[in-house]
Design a protein around this ligand. Structure first.
Ligand SMILES: C[C@](O)(C(=O)O)[C@H](CC(=O)O)C(=O)O
Length: 523
């Protein structure tokens, strides 16, 4: 049996050196803002000591970090869109700085069995799409090198010279379940060449889109565990991949558990002794009432409130102020809130957060911008960027959120998604407001902006229009409106030959294998 280390002394030295290298890495500009709840030695103890793999994802993470920080310093922004298609990613390189790979789009168009944005596809699906895009970037860069190296330096001045290496940002959804499952997903992302992934605080398997209800989030502690898991995996791999802390608490309506006292101020409870919501739902089946009607009626009957609002409703102004003074600015669990409320009001405040629970187990949750800010601030030190996802962008809430987070983290980078279903004009924005919207929000630090699911609107629209026209006008229409402009728009060399082709790359392989020197030879 061959020994990994010749002596325990050699092993101990290698281990110390590994831990020291990690410490040093954590002091670099790219890493130094991150606060880890673990030591460099713990990470070294989880590594292949003395066996460093340099992942392309690291180089892409550093490139993205530089691009985004430049925008942050200049007050400018990058606006991109989502794709899963290598051919489209190639065209994006001519105009944009980044590419997005959406979970929703992968679920719809890349999974063996399609579905909506439920993150119910295999955990390595989005990484596999990223890998295909990244390999395409490598290939286009390689064929471009080969094409350019056939020409003299003077001739190269007029040849296409595109940076195909657009950093790819991808959707890590909810981290795909268990801690070790999340680690495997993150590992696949790093191996794919991704520059940044986002992980959110949504509950697995509980997204509903059509019943008019808000989404379900997980307790703050679970969200932080997800982010820490992703960070730990990057650290074990020694990767500079960026982590975007996405928070879906804006307009969330439910939370899966009450284990974290930091969430207690926002959990709703019944303030009246009523039958449970589950019993009310059962009853509604007998009465034939709709679910949403029953929910609204039940909430009113139950006097649904947060605990603090329940205290306010039974306290005098002075009592309530004394209560607030004692609970604000710190984490106070419900059981202590009860005691403090009793101390100031002399009453046992009736509040039951079990009664509103849903048949699927969730507790009811009172979202507020403050609740989102609280989460984002706790998450920020683990990640490199923050995104508070909104179904409906509300500039006032956005301003409050970003300025409050920036009070704590002045150089924070923020992201924003122009979610597919939102129609700005229908929602009352004027064309002028829409025109300046990206610039306006960039002033809040939102320097990476994305239309994530363009394919479901734009690509579908183009395909629909083209198919109808193709049917009507056939190959003559195709020649006129597609082939001719495409050929006319192709970059060419001084002999009029298209340069963005892959054929000469394959030919070059043949030549090199046959011992022919190819550099500087135009064929
Ligand atoms: C970004 C997103 O996670 C996605 O999967 O693309 C979606 C997109 C959308 O709903 O338009 C999201 O924002 O939840």
């Amino acid at each position: 049996m061959s020994q990994r280390w010749s002596s325990t002394k050699e092993e101990a030295d290698a281990f110390e050196a590994e831990a020291a290298a990690i410490e040093e890495w954590w002091q670099t500009d790219r890493q130094k803002h991150i606060k880890r709840p673990y030591s460099a030695k713990s990470i070294a103890a989880l590594r292949n000591v003395g066996f460093k793999i340099e992942y392309p994802s690291s180089a892409m993470g550093r490139k993205l970090w530089r691009i985004l920080n430049e925008h942050n310093s200049n007050g400018t922004y990058e606006l991109t869109f989502g794709t899963t298609e290598p051919m489209i990613a190639k065209e994006m390189a001519k105009h944009l700085q980044t590419i997005y790979v959406s979970g929703a789009l992968c679920g719809l168009s890349q999974a063996a069995w399609p579905g909506a944005d439920h993150a119910d596809y295999p955990a390595d699906l989005v990484p596999s799409v990223v890998k295909r895009l990244f390999n395409t970037q490598l290939w286009h860069d390689q064929r471009q090198t080969q094409m350019r190296m056939r020409y003299s330096e003077a001739d190269r001045q007029s040849l296409e010279c595109i940076d195909y290496f657009l950093p790819i940002v991808a959707d890590g959804d909810m981290g795909f379940g268990t801690l070790t499952g999340c680690m495997k997903m993150v590992r696949s992302f790093v191996e794919s060449g991704v520059a940044m992934i986002h992980i959110d605080d949504l509950a697995l398997g509980l997204k509903k889109f059509t019943n008019g209800e808000g989404r379900t989030i997980v307790p703050t502690s679970e969200y932080l565990t997800r982010l820490t898991t992703a960070r730990m995996t990057f650290d074990i791999m020694g990767a500079d991949t960026m982590l975007l802390c996405r928070c879906d608490s804006d307009h969330a309506e439910f939370i899966t558990g009450v284990i974290d006292p930091q969430d207690h101020p926002y959990v709703l409870g019944a303030t009246m002794e009523v039958a449970s919501f589950i019993q009310a739902i059962e009853q509604c089946k007998a009465d034939g009432k709709g679910y949403l009607t029953v929910k609204a009626e039940w909430k009113a009957k139950a006097g649904l409130k947060t605990f603090d609002d329940a205290v306010q409703s039974v306290a005098t102004q002075d009592q309530y102020s004394a209560y607030v003074a004692e609970v604000s600015g710190k984490t106070v669990p419900l059981q202590d809130r009860r005691k403090i409320a009793k101390k100031h009001t002399g009453k046992d405040v009736f509040f039951d957060w079990e009664l509103p629970r849903l048949p699927t187990g969730q507790y009811m949750w009172q979202w507020s911008t403050r609740a989102v800010i609280d989460r984002a601030i706790l998450a920020a030190p683990l990640g490199d960027m923050t995104w508070s996802r909104q179904d409906k962008p509300n500039k006032k809430d956005m301003h409050e959120f970003h300025s409050e987070v920036r009070k704590v983290f002045p150089a924070r980078l923020f992201a924003f998604g122009y979610t597919g279903a939102y129609d700005f004009v229908k929602a009352g924005y004027t064309e002028e407001e829409l025109e300046t919207f990206p610039r306006d929000i960039a002033k809040m630090g939102i320097i990476w902006q994305v239309q994530p699911i363009w394919a479901t609107q734009g690509l579908s629209l183009h395909a629909n229009q083209f198919a109808a026209k193709f049917k009507k006008e056939g190959i003559a229409g195709y020649m006129r409106d597609v082939a001719r402009p495409a050929i006319a728009g192709m970059a060419t060399d001084k002999y009029g030959r298209p340069t963005a082709r892959g054929d000469y790359l394959a030919d070059a392989f043949f030549d090199v294998v046959a011992g022919v020197d190819i550099a500087g030879v135009v064929q």
